[in-house]
Design a protein around this ligand. Structure first.
Ligand SMILES: [Zn+2]
Length: 152
């Protein structure tokens, strides 16, 4: 009886671990796909725009506007490329079994949290602990500030 119970629990654990792996992998893969598509589309768009854009017949204001938009586009592309790199990294870590574990306590970070924040490095408990710590440090600093002013 006890042994059967143990076996069942172990099988459940393995199953839920595989579920988690599948879920996280699907989540990361779909993000990777969306990012890759966006990057491909945008790159094509930027290239087409550059070749088709007629510079004559425009005043400087219009050209400057286009340049600013190009710059924003480029910054967005850079950001997306960076996120894509992080997603690839996360997928590699997932394969190693190192993805989705809290850096503080080593516990698994809940899958819904990872769906919302794929690059979260702390579980919710440790994160809120940390935020509380940061708030305490900040208010302590605020309280300490007048003392410093008085002494200097
Ligand atoms: Zn934790």
């Amino acid at each position: 009886m006890a042994q059967a119970q143990f076996a069942a629990t172990t099988m459940d654990d393995v199953a839920s671990e595989r579920d988690r792996y599948d879920e996280l992998k699907a989540m990361l893969e779909s993000r990777r796909l969306v990012l890759a598509e966006e990057l491909n589309g945008r790159l094509r768009g930027v290239r087409d725009g550059a070749t088709e854009r007629p510079h004559d017949g425009r005043d400087f204001g219009e050209i400057a506007d286009t340049d600013v938009q190009d710059e924003i586009q480029f910054t967005l592309l850079e950001m997306k490329a960076e996120i894509l790199g992080k997603v690839n990294e996360a997928l590699a870590r997932l394969e190693d079994g190192r993805y989705g574990h809290c850096h503080e306590c080593g516990d698994e970070i809940a899958a819904p949290r990872l769906r919302a924040l794929p690059f979260a490095v702390r579980c919710r408990d440790c994160e809120s602990e940390r935020e509380l710590d940061a708030m305490r440090t900040q208010s302590a600093a605020r309280r300490a500030a007048p003392l410093f002013d008085a002494r200097t």
